[in-house]
Design a protein around this ligand. Structure first.
Ligand SMILES: [Zn+2]
Length: 192
């Protein structure tokens, strides 16, 4: 199954936000799966998307920074789901993870926009961060959410009119949550 798979038949996030969604969904905690689990795998991921050139390489330092970036982006997407900002200490950690990847304000045909800066593989991953800035600008960012089900965390695009989805799929994770709530109520009644 490729990382473009969308539970619940959802449409993927629109470009350029799909880049963020695909990057974070390289890890599926529920399945113990990580598609960029080695520097070589991260190198291949960036290469497949044309984010690095022939001469560029992923070193150990960048590999570690990429993992921190992925966790930070998942946390930000969860903040979209919960409509609650991360705590001040987590905010600092997220800022640090993002700060590794430089941005530049560039003048394009449509006016100024935030673009990835730096060189090599750093610039390749900066493109993922720049996609967040672009999505913030076009109003799609708030719709990129991490599934509320703790062990899932799947990033999905919430296209619902009132932006009310919390689970990647009502059938999969929403159902699990419901059955747990049912058991809790049942236990409470049984124990009374
Ligand atoms: Zn889920």
């Amino acid at each position: 199954m490729d990382v473009g798979f969308q539970p619940g038949g959802r449409a993927p996030a629109p470009a350029p936000l799909d880049l963020v969604q695909n990057f974070v969904n390289t890890e599926i905690p529920d399945w113990h799966r990580d598609d960029i689990g080695t520097p070589a795998a991260l190198d291949a991921w960036l290469r497949e998307r044309g984010l690095i050139g022939d001469e560029d390489e992923v070193d150990g330092e960048l590999f570690v920074a990429a993992r921190s970036l992925r966790s930070a982006l998942r946390e930000l997407a969860l903040a979209n789901t919960l409509e609650r900002a991360p705590s001040p200490s987590r905010r600092r950690a997220i800022d640090e993870a993002l700060a590794v990847f430089p941005m530049a304000l560039c003048l394009g045909d449509d006016g100024p926009s935030v673009e990835p800066a730096g060189i090599g593989a750093v610039r390749g991953l900066a493109a993922v961060v720049a996609a967040v800035a672009a999505a913030r600008g076009d109003g799609t960012w708030e719709r990129l959410k991490a599934c509320k089900q703790e062990t899932c965390g799947w990033l999905f695009y919430d296209a619902s009119r009132n932006r009310s989805s919390s689970w990647c799929s009502m059938q999969i994770c929403g159902g699990r949550e419901k059955s747990r709530a049912y058991r809790r109520r049942h236990d409470a009644v049984g124990g009374a």
